[in-house]
Design a protein around this ligand. Structure first.
Ligand SMILES: [Zn+2]
Length: 276
């Protein structure tokens, strides 16, 4: 997908985003700090409803395309396993934002050799069979990946990144009002797809997703320490060709140490969840 998109004209997409973004910039705190204490104000040019709608469109298209290749939810046991974990993780999202448990969450498994997983804004998630099989993930490790991806959605990192792209186009003074825009939502859907699936997250976003992810796992009764082994496995698989997941999830300095520290911090939540 990266190759296909690189042939597009990024300037044109930025122009169109500029037109979308001619609303006022908003500073928001998307999530409550939780036990892990993630607190950072975010600048948003694009509205959540606009972004979530485009994400849902993009997601539906991708699932349709996967179904066309007979690569959607082929292994019933695998799908059930992933969805059970999602259903256990989602209630804990309320610790970060009360509205999240009521989002239109969707979880599907794509048959692919790629080691990959992602969650689009609004809770549209995909786990690739390559990740499950090549890493031989335990349930705790799968919960660590999914918790991390859900955290990106809760923090609205996709909306933040799309907003940054829009702000850039405005800074370049190429105001989108100059061009006719027939199909904004299609363009935005493309950007959401790119920031979720093709382009690397920032290290700052990764740290936030790591910390919130371990808390979500702990609250759902999954061992938060599994995040450490998960990322170790991720680094070992693939040899000279690292998994696609690592290209979109760059390693923050000290990830292992940070995950170890924050897993320890949420152990009481894990112990409490297991007693229930
Ligand atoms: Zn990430």
């Amino acid at each position: 997908m990266i190759q296909r998109h690189s042939s597009r004209r990024p300037g044109l997409v930025l122009l169109m985003l500029g037109a979308l973004a001619l609303t006022s910039c908003q500073t928001v705190q998307t999530t409550q700090p939780g036990a892990v204490g993630v607190e950072r104000q975010q600048s948003m040019l694009l509205s959540a409803s606009q972004v979530d709608k485009s994400a849902a469109q993009a997601y539906q298209q991708m699932m349709k395309k996967a179904a066309g290749k007979n690569a959607l939810n082929r292994d019933a046991a695998q799908v059930a396993r992933v969805r059970v974990i999602a259903l256990r993780l989602i209630p804990g999202t309320a610790a970060f934002r009360p509205d999240a448990p009521r989002w239109a969450w969707e979880t599907n498994v794509i048959t692919s050799n790629d080691v990959n997983a992602w969650c689009m804004p609004g809770g549209k998630m995909a786990v690739y069979s390559g990740l499950i099989e090549k890493l031989k993930v335990t349930d705790d490790e799968l919960a660590a990946v999914m918790g991390h991806e859900i955290a990106h959605a809760l923090r609205e990192h996709g909306r933040e990144r799309a907003s940054q792209a829009a702000a850039q186009s405005i800074a370049l003074s190429i105001g989108g009002a100059l061009i006719g825009l027939g199909d904004n939502s299609v363009q935005l859907a493309q950007i959401i797809t790119d920031v979720t699936i093709n382009l690397p997250n920032s290290r700052e976003h990764e740290v936030e997703a790591d910390r919130i992810g371990v808390e979500l796992a702990a609250r759902a009764g999954y061992d938060p320490r599994a995040a450490v082994t998960l990322w170790q496995k991720m680094g070992q698989v693939g040899g000279a060709a690292p998994p696609q997941f690592l290209s979109t999830h760059p390693s923050p300095q000290n990830r292992q140490k940070d995950l170890t520290d924050y897993a320890a911090r949420v152990m009481p939540l894990y112990d409490a969840a297991r007693k229930r």
